[in-house]
Design a protein around this ligand. Structure first.
Ligand code: ADP
Length: 285
């Protein structure tokens, strides 16, 4: 009788053991049956399944990231190789060789930047990006980034105007926040014709702090708006400007890693407004 009871009581453990045995690189969907006894074994099985789910999501995320990086680097690597081959076939004409070498250096720099940005995007999207969370004064943050870009904007006769009260604070990684704003401001300057205006504003909206980057630039066509967040996507009308098409993907991934939200309102020929909302440290009641 005792042996029978012990055998029955250990059944959930046997399920657990067989599930652990079956888990492997191509069998991540195995789960332990929950005994539904309401005791510690139930809890253990539920926790174990939760852990398997997290590992599965992480592995899938990493696999997708690797596929994406490999796919995205294929074109520049092919271009790089093409340039080098052309130089080799040029009968050692020093002028052509020098030009090809310069192109190769430029292309390799592009690839490095691309690789770093793609890695950052993957990290942020899969939730493994390390965020150095601190109390951030939003006004100081905006002023700092605006100051960095004022000269570039002045060169194009663009006025950069900032407005944020000094009491706005949020918990975030200050460097990543600077990166977000720098990307948005860089785009605003790039896609605004000479003599335009850019406004960066921040204010409370309920429990959130919203940061707006508003420009009077070329705007985005409604059918392209949803695609600007995709990796490597560049709108037709902006191809003449330099860019990798990764800035907004990174911005979105970092905002989401901070549990925030970003959206855009845009009208072709009139301008665009990017709005970030993040949890405030001192929500207004
Ligand atoms: P890029 O390196 O091309 O600027 P992004 O990912 O930053 O890449 O932006 C993706 C595309 O979204 C840009 O190529 C451009 O077409 C469009 N875009 C982004 N910001 C703006 C803006 N402020 N005004 C108009 N178009 C924009």
């Amino acid at each position: 009788g005792g042996a029978f009871l012990a055998f029955r009581a250990l059944r959930p453990i046997r399920h657990l053991i067989s599930t652990v045995r079956s888990v492997g690189p191509d069998r991540m969907d195995a789960r332990v049956p929950i005994p539904q006894t309401g005791d510690e074994l139930d809890e253990l099985a539920t926790l174990f399944n939760g852990m398997l789910e997290k590992i599965e999501a992480l592995i899938n995320g990493m696999r997708d990231s690797l596929d994406n990086v490999a796919h995205d680097l294929r074109t520049p690597i092919t271009r790089f190789r093409g340039t080098a081959e052309m130089a080799l076939q040029s009968d050692q004409n020093p002028e052509i060789c020098r030009e090809a070498l310069a192109d190769c250096i430029e292309e390799s720099e592009r690839m490095l930047t691309m690789l770093n940005t793609l890695m950052d995007i993957s990290e942020a999207e899969t939730g493994v990006m390390k965020l150095d969370l601190k109390k951030v004064n939003v006004s100081a943050l905006i002023e700092g980034v605006a100051d960095l870009y004022r000269y570039v904007a002045e060169d194009k006769g663009i006025l950069v105007h900032t407005m944020a009260s000094n009491d706005l604070s949020l918990t975030a990684d200050p460097n990543r926040m600077r990166q977000i704003l720098a990307n948005l401001l860089d785009n605003a300057i790039k896609y605004t014709p000479n003599g335009g205006r850019i406004d960066i504003e921040a204010h409370h909206r309920g429990e959130k702090i919203v940061i707006l980057v508003k420009d009077t630039g070329i705007g985005i066509h409604p059918e392209e708006v949803s695609r600007i967040w995709d990796r490597l996507y560049r709108c037709d009308q902006s191809r003449s400007q330099k860019g990798l098409g990764l800035g907004l993907s990174l911005v979105k991934a970092i905002v989401q890693a901070h549990k925030g939200h970003i959206e855009v309102f845009s009208e072709p020929g009139k301008g665009s407004t990017f709005i970030i909302s993040l949890a405030s440290d001192d929500p207004l009641s």
